[in-house]
Design a protein around this ligand. Structure first.
Ligand SMILES: Nc1nc2c(c(=O)[nH]1)N[C@H]1C(S)=C(S)[C@@H](COP(=O)(O)O)O[C@H]1N2
Ligand SMILES: [Mo]
Length: 322
């Protein structure tokens, strides 16, 4: 069975057809692909077969590490990181890794719309092919006062912005996660404002630190970390790091994030890390390093001030730190 599925990837049709059309057609045609590949075996149900395809990005790894971004702490143990997650689509506990395996990663179509030259849809693999890939070591500081350090693989968000060709009126980038309550049980909890949304100013989105991750720890992104495409903005609290993105919208309206929509008294748009500004219910002065028996003082902008402090000049009157 494995060989059959693998060959499905190698047929010329895949190379000649935009990915999202290919997948859609394939799902419709079912056994047609196997027939085209000259295989006469009966094929399993199309939906099941699409979900079981091997990850087409796995041969990209390992990616070359960009040594510019260094850590002041060890990389978090991979197993721990993969079993301690926030992904409310799959429940409010940290133990959602198992449930998250229900997420189907292909086809994965990304919509780019709003104030752009030309709205478009692009399959994740077609997008990845166009982007300059690298590995970066980033700190991650959750608003809940714990932190990790992760080797992400991916590409600068600025490259996606360039690809999208925003119009001059675009001031913000709104990002949206997948919406599928059939696989994500948390999305059946209708009191949450699904889908998960986050936003950045265009100046933030094109800052060199803003990164779109497609992998972690030298391989494709585990589902629980937000495969196949997840944001990393390490100077901001963790909830800005939207997972499993399906849509990028360029707009002149400040986007309202999932947590801001749910609890505006506690969570806002900027959400920059600042140890001196407490959350309404707890201090942000220190953080627990996950996997290490250690609490450390939290750093302003999570230690990334030299890259991003200039973005907030003149905005001191705003609520920059929640
Ligand atoms: N779609 C989506 N993205 C999300 C979340 C979520 O619940 N849903 N949680 C956020 C929070 S609060 C954190 S701390 C990080 C956790 O990422 P990790 O599980 O890879 O550590 O994801 C962020 N992105
Ligand atoms: Mo978080």
């Amino acid at each position: 069975m494995h060989v059959l599925r693998r060959r499905g990837w190698e047929i010329p049709e895949r190379l000649a057809t935009p990915e999202h059309l290919f997948f859609n057609r394939r799902a419709v045609l079912g056994g047609g692909v196997a027939a085209a590949a000259g295989l006469l075996l009966p094929s399993p149900a199309p939906a099941q077969r699409v979900a079981d395809l091997p990850d087409p990005t796995k041969d990209l790894y390992p990616l070359k590490r960009n040594e510019k971004y260094t850590l002041d702490r060890p990389i978090t143990d991979e197993k721990l990181n993969a079993s301690y997650n926030n992904f409310y689509e799959f429940g409010s506990s940290k133990l959602i890794a198992k449930q998250a395996q229900a997420l189907k990663l292909r086809p994965w179509v990304i919509k780019i719309d709003g104030l752009v030259e030309k709205p478009r849809e692009i399959g994740i693999d077609d997008l990845i092919k166009r982007m300059p890939l690298e590995e970066r070591l980033y700190r991650h500081r959750c608003v809940e006062a714990w932190s990790m350090a992760i080797p992400w693989s991916g590409f600068p968000l600025a490259e996606l912005v360039k690809f999208a060709e925003p119009l001059s009126g675009a001031k913000y980038l709104r990002m949206e996660s997948f919406l599928d309550s059939a696989v994500a049980s948390g999305q059946r909890q209708t009191w949450y404002p699904w889908p998960y949304v986050e936003g950045l100013t265009l100046a933030e989105a094109t800052n060199e630190l803003a990164f779109l991750a497609i992998g972690a720890y030298g391989h494709p992104m585990p589902k629980q970390h937000g495969a196949p495409l997840r944001l990393a903005v390490p100077w901001k609290y963790g909830f800005k790091h939207i997972k499993s993105i399906t849509r990028f919208t360029f707009t002149d309206q400040r986007p309202k994030g999932f947590w801001e929509a749910l609890q505006p008294a506690e969570y806002g748009f900027w959400a920059n890390v600042n140890p001196e500004v407490p959350h309404p219910r707890w201090s942000q002065a220190t953080e627990q390093l996950i996997g290490l028996d250690e609490r450390r003082p939290t750093l302003l902008f999570n230690g990334y001030a030299e890259y991003v402090a200039h973005l907030y000049k003149g905005l001191e009157g705003e609520r920059l730190w929640a």
